[in-house]
Ligand binder design. Structure first.
Ligand SMILES: [Zn+2]
Length: 270
């Protein structure tokens, strides 16, 4: 596993394979906070071991959203005695309802998730809930703000702000197309603009996956998405029976473009 990168103000990031998932760590005087836990008990245990190289303090966990690669490692942390897991209320509901159904997603890398064997393979549903109001987590000598800016990559994406860094979860992804499967594309573009407006408060922006991002990167991601929403809407108006006509004109890969159109239609109906 790669080394922790020091982002200042007791904030660290660890890039993990195979998905270039970023794990965050903020170390206070009394407690430390971990951002996301990986895709199962194996990766969760690796992440926990890396955390323990930095600090022996009691831990608090935040799951940025309800996708398996961000919370299936919770069991490894719970097995080690962690009890405080934060997530947005919609992510909590999603994990509680559908967490079990996603176990097969990691069948190869995390076979224990399939059998459900062992404490580390439990689906741990967060009980510390973030709603519309920001939540301040006091770590002793350092605090972290958990907040929600509206729907985007999912309907329950929590951002994590430290004195130096903003962890955006998958609202921002570097080096890959955005993942639209559970997204709300139109609102996502607005949420990205909001993130961009906050950027001067933070020295660093850590995306859910990939390398650290500049402000310009986030603005471009927002503009690209807003333009894609307009193009897809126009194409859908011109050929209402075949929305997939818009796929080639969208700035994403074919698979992501199909999901984008699907989600755009679904969210404009709701
Ligand atoms: Zn995700």
């Amino acid at each position: 596993m790669a080394e922790w990168q020091d982002l200042g103000a007791n904030t660290y990031v660890l890039a993990t394979e195979p998905l270039r998932l970023n794990i965050g760590l903020v170390v206070g005087d009394e407690r430390a906070l971990v951002v996301d836990t990986g895709q199962g008990p194996r990766q969760g245990a690796e992440i926990l071991a890396a955390v323990r190289e930095k600090t022996e303090l009691p831990l608090v966990v935040v799951n940025t959203h309800a996708h398996y690669d961000h919370y299936f490692g919770n069991g490894a942390f719970a097995a080690a005695g962690v009890t405080e897991f934060y997530a947005h209320e919609n992510a909590v509901a999603e994990i509680a309802e559908n967490g079990e159904a996603h176990r097969m997603a990691v069948a190869e890398a995390e076979p224990e998730m399939v059998s459900g064997e062992g404490e580390g393979a439990r689906i741990v549903v967060p009980t510390a809930v973030v709603r519309d109001q920001p939540v301040l987590v006091d770590l002793g000598g350092a605090s972290v703000t958990l907040f929600y800016l509206g729907r985007g990559h999912t309907d329950g994406d929590v951002l994590v702000g430290t004195a130096s860094t903003l962890f955006s979860g998958d609202l921002v992804e570097e080096g890959a197309y955005p993942e639209f499967g559970d997204s709300f594309p139109e609102e996502w573009a607005d949420t990205l603009r909001h993130i961009s407006a906050l950027r001067n408060r933070y020295e660093h922006l850590v995306p859910g996956h990939g390398g650290l991002c500049s402000d310009a990167f986030v603005r471009t991601m927002a503009d690209t998405m807003a333009t894609a929403v307009r193009s897809a809407r126009q194409a859908t108006r011109e050929t209402p029976d075949d929305a997939t006509k818009a796929v080639p004109i969208l700035p994403y890969g074919p698979e992501q473009s199909r999901l984008f159109i699907q989600r755009l239609k679904a969210s404009s109906l709701s």
